[in-house]
Write a protein of this length. Structure first.
Length: 73
């Protein structure tokens, strides 16, 4: 299983970053419903299906908020 996060959208493409820091594009139409910038996606190696990892997405957002709070206090 591969884990990627959505960095940004450019037109009809979602620019994603993998665990090694490499960027690649996925068609927005291929994304699971509800996927937005910052969503963490799991890609099933055998089937190639995409799903949102809600728990990891929430963990990363919380971590980012804490860092922002420290920077902008």
């Amino acid at each position: 299983m591969k884990i990627v996060s959505i960095d940004r959208f450019e037109g009809t493409l979602a620019i994603c970053e993998d665990q090694d820091g490499r960027f690649f594009a996925l068609e927005s139409a291929e994304l699971p419903k509800g996927a937005v910038e910052g969503s963490v996606l799991r890609i099933d190696d055998q089937e190639g299906t995409l799903s949102i990892d809600e728990e990891e997405t929430a963990r990363r957002r919380s971590k980012n908020r804490k860092m922002e709070d420290k920077l902008f206090r």
